[in-house]
Design a protein around this ligand. Structure first.
Ligand code: ADP
Ligand code: MG
Ligand code: MG
Length: 208
């Protein structure tokens, strides 16, 4: 099972709605560790994504995902505009030439997204950023290549959730949370929560 370009478009519209609904949760998570603007930033980005994708008749998954990243990058600002914009732009470009999104494409997408974010922002696994959800998801997607994309997405979402939970035990090395030291223990990273919600929503779409 795989997703055609229009299904990828509809999936990303659901992701946008899920992040918009989660705005209060994302805001609270960033308030616990940062400056509290992550939810509103992501919401603004997702409204720009919806404006781009609603009228689109996409020719490829790459087109949908790169347009998602460009809309986020140009509308959001802040660390997460560049970081999440890079997820979808770098990840989407890794799907060039692919007519559909299958589990192999998902693994390529997540690996390229991870590499792009690490190159762009300089953080590594364990620094208490969204990388702590994205890296385990990318690793898991490689392991489950060959399965239906719905199952691969579900496995990747579970790995992201576990990574987000593990970020509670990490001391932040980036952003405003860095100044908190041990006071950031017990709280998950806000961006890791966004990654988890995105993958859970993709998995739910693909399963339906
Ligand atoms: P800002 O930090 O500019 O207020 P947001 O609050 O929207 O931006 O986003 C913060 C999130 O961005 C963090 O929770 C973290 O997941 C992610 N982030 C910040 N800096 C980096 C980085 N260098 N690499 C990866 N992710 C990062
Ligand atoms: Mg913030
Ligand atoms: Mg900010």
């Amino acid at each position: 099972m795989e997703l055609n370009p229009n299904q990828v478009r509809l999936m990303m519209l659901q992701v946008a709605d899920a992040i918009i609904v989660a705005e209060p949760k994302l805001s609270q998570a960033d308030r616990d560790l940062g400056d509290g603007d992550h939810g509103l930033g992501m919401k603004r980005g997702m409204e720009a994504v919806k404006a781009q994708l609603e009228p689109m008749e996409p020719a490829s998954p790459e087109q949908v995902l790169v347009a998602t990243g460009t809309a986020m990058m140009t509308s959001m600002g802040g660390a997460s505009g560049a970081i999440f914009g890079t997820v979808y732009r770098a990840g989407g470009k890794a799907l060039a030439g692919r007519a559909t999104l299958d589990s192999e494409g998902l693994a390529l997408f997540l690996q390229a997204a991870l590499e792009g974010v690490m190159k762009r922002g300089g953080a590594k696994p364990g620094d208490k950023t969204m990388i702590d959800a994205l890296a385990p998801a990318a690793e898991k997607a490689k392991e489950v290549t060959g399965q239906p994309v719905a199952d691969a997405l579900a496995a990747a979402a579970d790995a992201a959730e576990a990574g987000k939970e593990a970020s509670k035990d990490m001391i932040a090395q980036f952003g405003r949370a860095k100044t908190l030291g041990e006071a950031c223990l017990g709280f998950p990273d806000a961006g890791a929560l966004s990654v988890t919600i995105m993958l859970q929503t993709m998995a739910a779409f693909a399963k339906a």
